[in-house]
Design a protein around this ligand. Structure first.
Ligand code: NDP
Length: 322
C-alpha cells in the first residue's frame, strides 16, 4: 500500500532503461512530455550484458551493448529526459493520477506511465545453484567471464544466448561445456556454426544438471545426468569453476500485476497493435510485453509506439479537462 509522504507530480513516467525505455524517453521528451525515467537495477537493461550487437540498424560495423545503451541514454538526455537511478517498489493504478513508489520511499503521481521493465534471466532452481550464486554461478558471461580466464566453465541452454555466451567464454577460458537438455540446439544456424567451429567448446547434448559441487571457495564441479529415464541413463561429474545460465528470461511484471493484465507467463497484455494496457494511461513496451521477438530493435520500436500512445492519451486527457 502506498503511504502518504512527499509527492512529486509529473506528466510521463517511464519505468526501465533498456532500448524500450530510452526510445520512449526520446519520443516523449521531444513531444514535451518532460519524461522522468527510473532506470531499475540494471541501468541500460539486458543489452549492457552483451558483447557485440550486429543487428541493431544504424551501426554498420556493429556496436557493443554498453556503447549502444550509452548512446541511447545520451540521446534521451539531449532532449531533456530526467534519468534517475531507482527501482519501482509499489504502484496504485486504481486512481488517477497514477501512483508509483520508488525505492519504498519516493512517491510520484503521473498522468501516464510507460512500463519498460524488460525481463530477467531464469535459473534452474537447484539449491546448490542458489548457494553458489555469485561464487561461480552467473547468468551473464560478459559480466563475469573475465574472472574465469584460463579455467573450465559450463554454460546451460541451447538457444542463441547460450551459444553466444559459450563462444564468448571460449575466447577467455580453457574449456567450455555447453549443457543442452535436448539432442539439438535451438539457436540460429549462424550461431550454431560458430559453436561447432570453436574447438574448446564441448557440447553435452541430452544432459541435465543435478547439482553443483564446491566448497567455501565456490563452484568446483557439476553433477550431470545423461538421458534421464532412458535405459542408457548415466551420471557424470565435470570439473568446472564457473556455471553460466542461459535458459531464457522471465518478465519483470510482478509489481504491476495487481492492476495490469498479464498472460500466464507474466508478460503484460497490450491492446492489438498498440501499447495500451487494461489500465487507462498505463502503457507497456519492450520485452515486458513481447514474448515473441525479444530483440533490442523490436523493444525500441515499441518504446516509440508507447510514447506516441501516451502523448495521444495525454492530449485527450487535457482536452477533457478543458
Ligand atoms: P531461448 O528461450 O531461445 O532458449 C532457452 C534455451 O534454454 C533452450 O535451449 C531451452 O531448452 C533451454 N532451457 C530452458 N529451460 C531449461 C532448463 N530448465 N534446463 C535446461 N535447459 C533449459 O532463450 P535465449 O535467451 O537463448 O534467446 C531468447 C531470444 O533472444 C531468442 O528469440 C533468441 O533468438 C534471441 N537472441 C538473439 C541473439 C542474437 O541474435 N544475437 C542473442 C541472444 C538471444 P529447449 O530448447 O529444450 O526448450
Amino acid at each position: 500500500m502506498i503511504m502518504s509522504g512527499e509527492m512529486e507530480r509529473i506528466k510521463c513516467l517511464i519505468i526501465g532503461s533498456g532500448p524500450a525505455g530510452y526510445t520512449a524517453a526520446i519520443y516523449a521528451a521531444r513531444a514535451n512530455l518532460k519524461p522522468v525515467v527510473y532506470t531499475g537495477m540494471q541501468m541500460g537493461g539486458q543489452l549492457t550484458t552483451t558483447t557485440e550487437v550486429e543487428n541493431f540498424p544504424g551501426y554498420p560495423e556493429g556496436v557493443t551493448g554498453p556503447v549502444l545503451m550509452e548512446d541511447l541514454r545520451k540521446q534521451a538526455e539531449r532532449f531533456g529526459t530526467d534519468i534517475r537511478f531507482g527501482i519501482v517498489t509499489d504502484v496504485d493504478f486504481s486512481v488517477h493520477p497514477l501512483k508509483v513508489t520508488v525505492d519504498g520511499e519516493k512517491h510520484i503521481e503521473a498522468d501516464a506511465v510507460i512500463i519498460a521493465t524488460g525481463a530477467s534471466a531464469k535459473y534452474l532452481g537447484l539449491p546448490s545453484e542458489e548457494k553458489f550464486r555469485g561464487m561461480g554461478v552467473s547468468a551473464c558471461a560478459t559480466c563475469d567471464g573475465f574472472f574465469y580466464r584460463g579455467k573450465d566453465v559450463a554454460v546451460v541452454g541451447g538457444g542463441d544466448t547460450a551459444c553466444e555466451e559459450a563462444t564468448y567464454l571460449a575466447g577467455l577460458c580453457n574449456k567450455v561445456y555447453l549443457i543442452v537438455r535436448k539432442n539439438y540446439l535451438r539457436a540460429s544456424k549462424a550461431m550454431q556454426d560458430r559453436v561447432f567451429k570453436t574447438p574448446n567448446i564441448e557440447i553435452l547434448f541430452e544432459h541435465n544438471t543435478l547439482e553443483l559441487l564446491g566448497s567455501d571457495m565456490g563452484v568446483e564441479g557439476a553433477r550431470l545426468v545423461y538421458r534421464k529415464g532412458q535405459p542408457d541413463e548415466a551420471e557424470k561429474t565435470i570439473k568446472i569453476d564457473g556455471f553460466f545460465l542461459a535458459i531464457g528470461h522471465h518478465p519483470n511484471s510482478e509489481v504491476f500485476q495487481k492492476y495490469v493484465k498479464t498472460d500466464e507467463q507474466g508478460y503484460i497484455v497490450t491492446e492489438g497493435a498498440s501499447t495500451r494496457t487494461n489500465v487507462p494511461g498505463v502503457f507497456a513496451a519492450g520485452d515486458i510485453m513481447d514474448p515473441v521477438y525479444r530483440q533490442g530493435i523490436a523493444a525500441a520500436g515499441s518504446g516509440c509506439r508507447a510514447a506516441i500512445d501516451a502523448e495521444r492519451y495525454l492530449g485527450e486527457l487535457e482536452a477533457q479537462q478543458h
